[in-house]
Design a protein around this ligand. Structure first.
Ligand code: CP
Ligand code: NVA
Length: 311
């Protein structure tokens, strides 16, 4: 029996999130080669490009004693050359875990249902849970705690935003998401997160006013206006999102010590200005670095032997 999958941050208990973050902090503080995953292999099945996710999973496996095999879009032909359940059952004979980057979230759910090994969502159109964990790790490093931290997300109610909304419910963030009409987060995601927030002290506010998300925030966050797979909407999105850019004027509404996050890659001059992303309040490269440590914690949780796993 596999220990579990990581398909959405919404599926984790608040305790699991806190354990993963503590483990990630420990792994980061004592970064060295470990052998918890000796002899284990992770398949990286990617339908879309990636820098951070691909490299950080590969290095994470190496540093935990195992290794990764990358399978790009042209190699597997997920759902095209071969049905997803067949890919999942074949890979389960060879590897100990699968991290998949897909277009449709339903595809990764199908993969998890039919694989005998843990499946990790390396980004789907619905959620980017590994990013969300690295974002929480970055906030926790900066503020020493998560509950009550005021996070303003300005932009598309997309996979990255959904991970943050779920995260807010799990750990008690006060999250305000500012998106144009028609681009707001999925109502069911917000509803689930608000139910959890009732016991964790979190708050999730949706608005169409970017200044409402920025005002007095401890941290501001944005993501690209056009996600992978939406390129045909680029022109319309450039016009619809034009006032949803983190620039110095918006940042000045936040607390003076506020930090700025972005999951990267960034489109400078669109969702964020060059001076802000390169400025002293930006922590985007620390945030990108944290992908490694957060994902190591996930790999140990899902793939280390039960008597050895530290999460
Ligand atoms: N943030 C993120 O997931 O980056 P990549 O698309 O490069 O993996
Ligand atoms: N929302 C973006 C995130 C990229 C890491 C996308 O899906 O393309």
């Amino acid at each position: 029996m596999k220990r579990g999958d990581l398909l959405s941050l919404g599926d984790l208990t608040p305790d699991r999130v806190h354990h993963l973050l503590s483990c990630a902090l420990e792994l980061k503080a004592n970064r060295r080669r470990l052998s918890y995953l000796a002899g284990k292999t992770l398949a990286l099945v990617f339908q879309k490009p990636s820098l951070r996710t691909r490299v950080s999973f590969d290095v994470a496996m190496e540093e935990l004693g195992g290794h990764a095999i990358y399978l790009g879009p042209d190699e597997v032909g997920l759902g095209k050359r071969e049905p997803i359940p067949d890919v999942a059952r074949v890979l389960s004979q060879y590897v100990d875990g699968v991290a998949a980057r897909v277009f449709r979230h339903g595809d990764i759910q199908e993969m998890a249902r039919t694989a005998a090994v843990p499946v990790i969502n390396a980004l789907s159109d619905f959620c980017h849970p590994c990013q969300g964990l690295a974002d929480l790790l970055t906030l926790r490093e900066h503020f020493g705690q998560l509950d009550g931290i005021r996070l303003g997300y300005i932009g598309d109610g997309n996979n990255v935003a959904h991970a943050l909304v779920f995260a807010a419910g799990k750990v008690g963030l006060h999250l305000t998401v500012a998106s144009p009409h028609g681009y707001q987060c999925d109502a069911a995601v917000v509803e689930q997160a608000r139910r959890e927030a009732a016991s964790t002290g979190g708050q999730i506010v949706l608005t169409s006013d970017p200044t409402e998300a920025a005002r007095d925030a401890d941290a501001l966050y944005t993501d690209v206006w056009t996600s992978m797979g939406q390129e045909h909407e680029t022109a319309r999105r450039r016009s619809d999102f034009v006032s949803y850019r983190i620039d110095q004027r918006l940042l000045d509404l936040a607390r003076p010590e506020a930090i700025v996050l972005h999951d990267l890659p960034a489109h400078r001059g669109e969702e964020i200005t060059d001076d802000v992303i390169e400025g002293p309040q930006s922590v985007v490269f620390q945030q990108a670095g944290n992908r490694l440590h957060a994902q190591k914690a996930v790999l140990l949780w899902l793939m280390a032997e039960a008597d050895e796993h530290v999460v």
